[in-house]
Write a protein of this length. Structure first.
Length: 309
């Protein structure tokens, strides 16, 4: 009897391929009669890597998902593997996020060949980053830093540091770990001062709403803690209409049935910020995220969001 074939769609970056291969192995190990194959889909976000503008000016998070989602809807692929932080909060009709495997490390990595931590960098040091959140958090702590746009895949960004384009950069620890580049981490930024992007460190799987067979195959691979915390962070993001234009950080943790959420919103230059912490139960995760978003939106006032438009 022929093995069931499952087609996995992914971006073509090294990290995306590692994540897709991880899901392939999980599926095949869990279902002995299944064979998974990976299909690389070229996305607008990948094709714009040489464009040095912020993603917000090019098209936002959808740049990394649109073409993949079109293939899902047409039936050319059965599921798609994404970095959760790249996923817009509003999905196309007919598609759902249905699986959240165990989350990797959530912190941001500080990488430098000139200093062992942030405090050792001299006044006016140049920090390379394409993330509005990271840029705003850095400027909140060190307004003297000079922030420069810094795009490209992980090896490219590290090579730029070696060439002296910047004195330091920030990357997700999760991506470095998955790529086997954990040794490149100079130090880890504290989560209290540098909350991660909502969903950072997590993989999520998208499929068609009506594809019951794929949903059933993915169900055993779902991690309860990842799902609960990630949905809280995404609910927070959704209330704030989060996109690549918005410096937002969020980190949810689960201890037994107790859920804690830390959220922050910032002006792009780090000059003003609002943050809050809430606790509740695991079953209230989405409501907790919405409550946090509404609280910060009210606390900041409408004028705070004018820079985000």
């Amino acid at each position: 009897m022929a093995a069931q074939l499952v087609r996995i769609g992914t971006r073509g970056s090294k990290l995306a391929l590692v994540q897709a291969e991880y899901m392939k192995k999980l599926l095949e190990a869990t279902h002995q009669d299944l064979q998974a194959e990976i299909e690389v889909v070229s996305t607008a976000g990948d094709r714009s890597q040489k464009d040095n503008r912020p993603l917000s000016e090019i098209g936002g998070k959808g740049l990394f998902t649109m073409e993949i989602e079109q293939k899902l809807l047409s039936g050319d692929i059965d599921l798609a593997v994404h970095s959760a932080k790249d996923m817009p909060t509003a999905l196309p009709e007919g598609l759902d996020l249905v699986c959240y495997p165990e989350r990797e490390e959530v912190a941001d990595a500080f990488i430098s060949f000139k200093a062992t931590n942030l405090d050792e960098l001299p006044v006016g040091a140049v920090i390379g980053s394409a993330s509005l959140r990271r840029r705003a958090l850095m400027l909140r702590k060190r307004p003297d830093f000079k922030m420069v746009m810094y795009r490209g895949n992980v090896p490219t960004r590290i090579e730029k540091l070696k060439q002296g384009v910047a004195d330091a950069t920030l990357l997700a620890c999760a991506g470095l770990n998955r790529l086997g580049l954990g040794d490149a981490i100079t130090s880890r930024l504290p989560l209290d001062d540098f909350p991660p992007a909502p969903g950072q460190g997590a993989i999520t799987v998208e499929t068609r709403t009506d594809n019951k067979a794929i949903r059933e195959l993915l169900a055993p691979l779902n991690n309860r803690e990842t799902e609960i915390t990630l949905l809280a962070e995404r609910a927070f993001l959704e209330v704030l209409d989060g996109s690549c234009r918005t410096p937002i950080g969020a980190h949810a943790t689960l201890d037994g049935n107790r859920l804690a959420l830390h959220g922050i919103i910032l002006k792009p230059d780090g000059s003003e910020f609002h943050e809050h912490r809430l606790e509740g139960t695991a079953g209230d995760n989405i409501e907790l995220g919405k409550e946090m978003g509404n609280f910060l939106r009210k606390q900041a006032g409408d004028r705070f969001f004018e820079d985000w438009q």
